[in-house]
Write a protein that binds this ligand. Structure first.
Ligand SMILES: [Zn+2]
Length: 301
C-alpha cells in the first residue's frame, strides 16, 4: 500500500497523493530508486492507487477490492509488468507491450505498465518507445523504475515526471519501519506537552501515554523514541541535518530552546528508567517518576 511510504518517502508519496486528488496524472513517471530496494514495490503501490476503483486518499482506503487482489495475484489485465534479470530487456517484450497498450482500458479508467530496470532498454528500442510514452492512448500511464537515471536516454527522461526516492540510511529505514508514525507523533506530543505544562503533566498521563501505550514493549518503544527525538534535537541545535525524524514532517523546532545540558540530562533519565520497564514495575509510577525527574531538570536550569 502506498501509505506504507508516507513517512519513508514523504516527497514521492505527496507527489502521488496530489496528482490523484487533483486528478492530474501524467502520462509517464520515472521512479529513481536511489539505492532503496523497494523501488519496484513503490511503483506497484502507485499502480494500485491508479487502478483501484476506490480512491486511496479518501476515507475509504482500498487495497482489498477485486482489482487490488488481482494485482496482488499478478493477474490484472490492465496492469502489465516488464522486467528482466538479464542485461537487456528483450525487444519482443517491448513490442508486445506496445501492442497491448494501443487500446483504452476495458475495466475502469486506467491502464498501467511498469518497466522495472528501465535502464536495461537498449537505446534503439528506447527511441521507439518515445512516441508511445509521449502520446499514449487514453487512460494509459507508464511507470519506469531505475536505479540509475543517468543510464536512460534524455529524451525519455524529459517526457517523464521524475519521482526520486529519498536516499535513506539503513538505520533510518529500520527505525521508521519499527515505529508507527502515529507512535512518533504521540511521543512528540507528550514531550511538547511536558515542556509547556511541566509537573502538571502528571495529571494527564492517561490521555497522553497510558491510553496509547499498552504492552511493556510499547513502553520500551516509547522510551526509545524519546531518546531518538532528543538526539535529533541535539543535532538540530548543532545544525547537523543528519537526523532521524526531522525530515518526516515532524517539527522539533519548539524544542531547540532547551539547553544541551537539559537534553542530555533527560536522555540520562530515560536510559535509567527504561531499564525498569521489563521488571514488572508499576508503569503508572514509572511515568510519574519520569515526569518528576524531567521537572527537576527544568527547574535547575
Ligand atoms: Zn482496491
Amino acid at each position: 500500500m502506498i501509505d506504507d511510504y508516507k513517512n519513508l518517502q514523504s516527497v514521492g508519496y505527496n507527489i502521488i497523493k496530489n496528482a490523484v486528488n487533483n486528478d492530474k496524472i501524467s502520462h509517464a513517471y520515472l521512479i529513481e530508486t536511489m539505492g532503496n530496494d523497494y523501488g519496484f514495490d513503490f511503483a506497484l503501490a502507485f499502480a494500485k492507487v491508479l487502478l483501484c476503483p476506490y480512491k486511496y486518499f479518501n476515507d475509504a482506503k482500498c487495497g482489498n477490492c477485486n482489482q487490488c487482489k488481482a494485482i496482488d495475484d499478478n493477474n490484472f489485465i490492465e496492469l502489465e509488468i516488464i522486467d528482466t534479470e538479464e542485461m537487456w530487456i528483450k525487444k519482443e517484450k517491448i513490442d508486445s507491450l506496445q501492442k497491448n497498450f494501443n487500446f483504452k482500458p476495458i475495466i475502469g479508467k486506467r491502464k498501467v505498465y511498469i518497466i522495472n530496470n528501465a535502464d536495461r532498454i537498449k537505446d534503439t528500442i528506447a527511441n521507439k518507445l518515445l512516441k508511445f510514452i509521449e502520446e499514449p492512448a487514453e487512460g494509459i500511464v507508464a511507470i519506469l523504475v531505475t536505479e540509475n537515471k543517468e543510464k536512460i536516454i534524455d529524451t525519455i527522461i524529459s517526457r517523464c515526471q521524475i519521482i526520486s526516492l529519498k536516499k535513506l540510511s539503513n538505520l533510518n529505514n529500520n527505525i521508521l519501519n519499527k515505529y508507527e508514525n502515529d507512535l512518533i507523533i504521540k511521543t512528540v506530543d507528550f514531550l511538547n506537552y511536558f515542556e509547556k505544562n511541566e509537573i502538571e503533566t502528571i495529571a494527564h498521563t492517561n490521555e497522553l501515554i497510558h491510553n496509547n501505550f499498552k504492552e511493556r514493549e510499547e513502553y520500551i518503544n516509547f522510551f526509545e523514541l524519546m531518546i531518538l527525538i532528543y538526539n535529533d534535537i541535539i543535532n538540530l541545535k548543532l545544525n547537523n541535518k543528519n537526523t532521524t525524524f526531522n525530515d518526516y514532517n515532524i517539527n522539533l523546532d519548539d524544542f531547540k530552546k532547551l539547553s544541551f545540558e537539559n537534553i542530555l540530562k533527560k536522555i540520562d533519565i530515560l536510559l535509567d528508567l527504561k531499564k525498569y520497564i521489563m521488571n514488572n514495575v508499576n508503569l503508572n509510577l514509572l511515568i510519574d517518576k519520569l515526569i518528576i525527574n524531567f521537572e527537576k531538570v527544568n527547574k535547575c536550569q
